[in-house]
Ligand binder design. Structure first.
Ligand code: PEP
Ligand code: MG
Length: 574
């Protein structure tokens, strides 16, 4: 019987295929005691499993480093490799074998549960994600101990793919499966879960948070995954499969047509040229800038270069990374955001103990509280500025003195470099991110002190609506079309333009075609987004008639009834 389940749409596209159920190894563990004479052999079995999983992860890391990949993926694998060396998990499990004579699987699962219990007491969302990593590493180890290296479905002959159905998947599993997989569906996970990020990077349709899907399905059952709407259709009727096959071909055709837009200038019907920039998290993303011919980098999330490490790299290492990005940018502008550390992006090993981390020591607040770290980054950025069109962008500004202190530190870094006779761009531009409502409402104090602005809608929405952007429970309330959010975006664009300051948007809204015409109508002329979205947004721009859209959007901005706003925006986009 056919039925449909709803989850979170985390990676767009359509997959049609047969279910491949990934076993939940942790639930299949037997408990027994080892006879003293077999203890040595059991310990050896355990050690071999640890080193075999280590080799497996290293192999995956090498495979993804050579394939076109993204550094978040490599960083997740590194993190799991680190866990394999963590005494709290590994040595303690080993001791359970030695002292209590538990079998290896039992010892491991017991220790994992005790570590996970400790993690449960912690509110910090970044650490909650780490809990999932521990479970995934343990699951991998148990699979090896059970003699199951993990299922590797082969290519099917009926032209349909394989859909991986799991309780949860580790990024390593996701990568391991990628070659012959049509889609992923999982019981748990949020929009920012690792599986979601990796699936998006690999371009594989995925729906997560389907609760009990793993238990509702039988192996080989036919499934349609609609990663755009966030649904999975189990055992669909023939007519539904036909419909989705057509939709899938239309999407594929659309994608190949989009590629032809690479060299078309992004201009509206009236000839106004719009700037299309890319959001990146490291040098490895620069290839996509070339593929899509982006106008530059509107947001380099520098903290992603380093969040999975115990300590930040020194000035020279940072300088080399920034310089390599500028080299790959070949003269195009690169806006490097200073570390947005804190909240969901803590440094490995520095658990933050704040009751409300999103409202705590995050981004510029963290940087100013750690002037040594900040100065090191500023010096590295300034040194790199001698090699290209680098600009510095400061996140999460709310107070004038935050920008004043930052400018003072930039001045100090410049002074030091001058004394050391090290070259940098004396005229380097400094901009700020508008992502706190206070900054949008009192923009004058930033306009007077900065050279450019960029609206971080992801946080602006979170802070305006008091909705945690990473919490699935309140995802319904996270609304870019809320009249308060739209008013803040539109005033920010207008105030900035009146003052002659360049302004861009680098939040997810800039990369969603549903909002392109709305933002153009608000006056926005520069968009920064994941490189994979650039050509789709360009397509929207090519059909935009600013003379027609602008008055319509001004009327939408006067509305404050959500249903009418939604209807008007949908009509605008057509
Ligand atoms: C934003 O908040 O919109 C933004 C671009 O920054 P991040 O998503 O990294 O917080
Ligand atoms: Mg932000």
């Amino acid at each position: 019987m056919s039925f449909t389940v709803h989850g979170l749409p985390v990676s767009q596209g359509i997959a049609i295929g047969h279910a491949h159920l990934v076993s939940h190894a942790l639930l299949e563990v037997n408990h027994y005691k080892i006879a003293p004479r077999h203890l040595e052999a059991e310990l050896e079995r355990f050690d071999n499993a640890v080193s075999s999983v280590g080799d497996e992860l290293l192999g995956l890391k090498t495979a993804t480093a050579t394939a076109q990949s993204h550094n978040e993926v490599g960083a997740f694998i590194d993190l799991q490799r680190m866990m394999l060396e963590d005494p709290v998990l590994i040595d303690a499990a080993r001791n359970k074998i030695k002292e209590h004579h538990y079998n290896a699987e039992w010892a491991l699962v017991q220790q994992m549960e005790s570590v996970v219990d400790q993690f449960r007491q912690i509110e910090d969302p970044y650490l909650r994600e780490r809990k999932a990593d521990i479970v995934q590493v343990a699951e991998r180890l148990v699979k090896v101990l059970l003699g199951d290296p993990g299922p590797l479905p082969s290519k099917r002959r009926d032209g349909l793919g394989t859909v991986i159905v799991a309780h949860d998947l580790s990024p390593a599993d996701t990568i391991g499966f990628k070659d012959h997989i049509a889609g992923f569906i999982t019981d748990i996970g949020g929009l920012t879960s690792h599986t979601a990020i990796v699936a998006r990077n690999l371009g594989i349709p995925a729906v997560v948070g389907l609760r009990h899907i793993r238990h509702l399905l039988r192996a080989n059952e036919l499934i349609i995954v609609d990663g755009t709407r966030g649904i999975a259709i189990i055992d669909p009727d023939e007519s539904v499969v036909e419909e989705y096959l057509l939709r899938r071909s239309a999407l594929e055709l659309e994608r190949s047509k989009l590629k032809r837009l690479r060299d078309t200038p992004a201009a509206t019907l009236g000839g106004e040229v719009i700037e299309l920039l890319a959001n990146i998290s490291g040098p490895q993303d620069m290839a996509q800038i070339k593929e899509t011919n982006a106008d530059g980098v509107g947001l380099l999330r520098t903290e992603f270069l380093f969040v999975n490490r115990d300590a930040l790299p020194d000035e020279d290492e940072q300088y080399e990374i920034y310089r390599s990005i500028l080299k790959a940018a070949s003269g195009k502008p690169v806006s490097a955001r200073t570390f947005d550390i804190g909240s969901d992006k803590t440094l490995a090993g520095s658990a933050q103990d704040e009751p409300n981390p999103a409202l705590g020591l995050r981004a510029v607040r963290y940087s100013l509280a750690e002037p040594k770290i900040f100065l090191t980054q500023l010096r590295a950025l300034l040194r790199a500025s001698a090699h290209g069109k680098l600009q510095i962008m400061v996140p999460m500004l709310a107070h004038a003195d935050e920008i004043e202190q930052t400018l003072l530190l930039i001045g100090k870094a410049k002074e030091e470099l001058r004394e050391e006779k090290i070259k940098f761009n004396e005229k380097l531009l400094v901009g700020g991110m508008v992502e706190v409502p206070a900054a949008a409402l009192a923009l004058g104090m930033f306009v007077r002190r900065l050279n450019f602005l960029s609206i971080g809608t992801n946080d602006l929405i979170q802070y305006t609506l008091a909705v945690d952007r990473g919490n699935e429970a309140v995802v319904r309330l996270y609304d870019p079309l809320h009249p308060a959010v739209m008013k803040l975006i539109s005033t920010t664009i207008q105030t900035s333009q009146r003052a002659g300051l360049p302004i861009s948007i680098c939040g997810e809204m800039a990369g969603s075609p549903a909002y392109t015409l709305l933002l153009l109508g608000m006056g926005l002329r520069s968009f920064s987004m994941h490189p994979a979205r650039i050509l789709e947004i360009k397509k929207q721009i090519l059909r935009a008639d600013l003379a027609e859209i602008t008055p319509k959007v001004q009327r939408i901005l006067k509305l404050d009834e959500p249903a009418r706003i939604r209807e008007a925006v949908e009509k605008l986009t057509g």
